[in-house]
Write a protein that binds this ligand. Structure first.
Ligand code: ADP
Ligand code: GN1
Ligand code: MG
Length: 365
């Protein structure tokens, strides 16, 4: 792998001497490396093409979306100035052939971005100010894409947040019991069955045209936004799943990770809960950008989206556990079950605080 990585870098950076290539980040899907050269650093990624079937289409999405974001931020400078965020846009490196993606002999796909210096991502936060900044960064990201022509985007993972699709996959995996794990996950399976119907609400509102499809990020977890040294949210990254979706997908997934008092895979469930102060902080940041754009139904159901996305991600971890760990990177045999359990505990904490969550959004909109 070592020499191969240097050869890949050479195609993106011909004539530039690469000093170091270091594994980087804690994502569950792609393989990420920091590439150090004398003058500049880069971020090299192997795109997981068993998950993303159309890597060319996905790359096209990223180029179009980042170009749109740059047009807004840099050409319409007053717009940028009106926000105190020192926003950056993810920038892909072009090869000599004008491509933004390379396929190697083994069939792997590689891409490179400019490394955003002096930035950091968090898997968990300790301060409400930072959560507010994350909310503002994701809100601004969605706001800047309100006029992006969604029909130009390839659906990189079809039905990604479609609850019925996720439930059907779960029922199939349960029936097959391919890894012989159903017996050990009875409590979690019951948990899903008790809530399955309630979770179809957003999907139903979409069918009834009461909420619009927007261009959404769809993976707004806490470590997909970069912060600067002052802990200001400066760049939304991980754009693989940018495609049409509902505001609920982005708001909900962000609440799932920004407000959790523990890690996504915490084993000690007594540590897992939703921090309502962080919920308030994220909502304040997000709605400071998006409030005037959302319709009444979107606003009324925004709090619910936190429960929906925590349910969906927990359900996907559980399904992958039943399938024998074929989707997410795992570190130990029951890692996916632990993740599911932890997500379901977080969802219970949201259920306990749901009235307050609704009030927060009402007060802000
Ligand atoms: P994954 O899909 O595996 O989550 P990401 O694109 O989110 O991969 O990248 C993994 C980590 O690498 C991020 O959480 C972040 O810490 C870091 N990262 C990603 N892009 C950049 C960049 N352009 N500059 C600096 N750090 C980055
Ligand atoms: C994956 O790539 P990463 O780690 O940002 C997953 C998300 C899940 C998340 C759970 C393409 O995100 O949907 O919410 O793990 N991405 C994909 O942590 O499936
Ligand atoms: Mg990521």
């Amino acid at each position: 792998m070592g020499t191969e990585l240097y050869q890949i870098c050479d195609q993106f950076l011909p004539g530039i001497k690469v000093q170091n290539i270091i594994p980087y980040g804690s994502g569950h899907i792609n393989d990420t490396f920091k590439v150090e050269t004398e003058n500049k650093n880069y971020l090299l990624q192997r795109v997981n093409h068993s998950i993303f079937k159309n890597v060319e289409g996905l790359t096209g999405n990223i180029i179009k979306v980042t170009q749109h974001l740059k047009n807004k931020l840099y050409r319409r400078y007053p717009y940028r100035k009106s926000h105190k965020l020192k926003v950056e846009v993810l920038t892909a490196v072009e090869t000599n052939n004008g491509d933004f993606i390379i396929k190697d002999f083994a069939g792997n796909y590689w891409r490179m971005f400019h490394f955003i210096e002096n930035s950091k991502s968090y898997d968990r936060v300790e301060r409400a100010e930072l959560v507010f900044e994350g909310g503002k960064a994701y809100g601004l990201f969605m706001l800047m894409l309100v006029d992006f022509p969604a029909e130009e985007l390839v659906e990189t993972i079809p039905q990604f947040h479609d609850i019925q699709f996720r439930l059907n996959n779960f029922y199939k995996s349960f029936k097959k019991d391919h890894a012989g794990r159903v017996g050990g996950a009875k409590k979690e399976i019951d948990f899903v069955n008790q809530r399955a119907d309630e979770m179809k609400m957003i999907h139903q509102l979409g069918i009834e045209n009461r909420i619009p499809l927007r261009v959404t990020h769809n993976d707004t977890k806490i470590n997909n936004v970069l912060f600067n040294a002052q802990d200001e949210g400066i760049c939304v990254i991980d754009l693989d799943t940018v495609m049409p979706g509902y505001v609920h997908f982005d708001f909900g997934d962000a609440i799932r990770t920004f407000t959790n008092t523990a890690d996504e895979d915490e084993k000690d469930l007594s540590k897992v809960s939703m921090n309502i102060e962080y919920y308030k902080a994220f909502s304040t940041g997000f709605l400071s950008e998006m409030k005037d754009v959302l319709n009444e139904t979107e606003k009324e159901t925004l709090a619910f989206s936190a429960k929906l996305m925590t349910f969906i991600i927990g359900l996907r971890f559980l399904t992958d556990y039943l399938d024998g760990d074929i989707y997410y990177k795992t570190k130990y045999p029951d890692h996916n079950l632990i993740r599911a359990r932890s997500q379901f505990k977080l969802l219970e904490s949201m259920e306990d605080q749901f009235e307050d969550m609704v009030k927060v959004i009402r007060n802000l909109t």
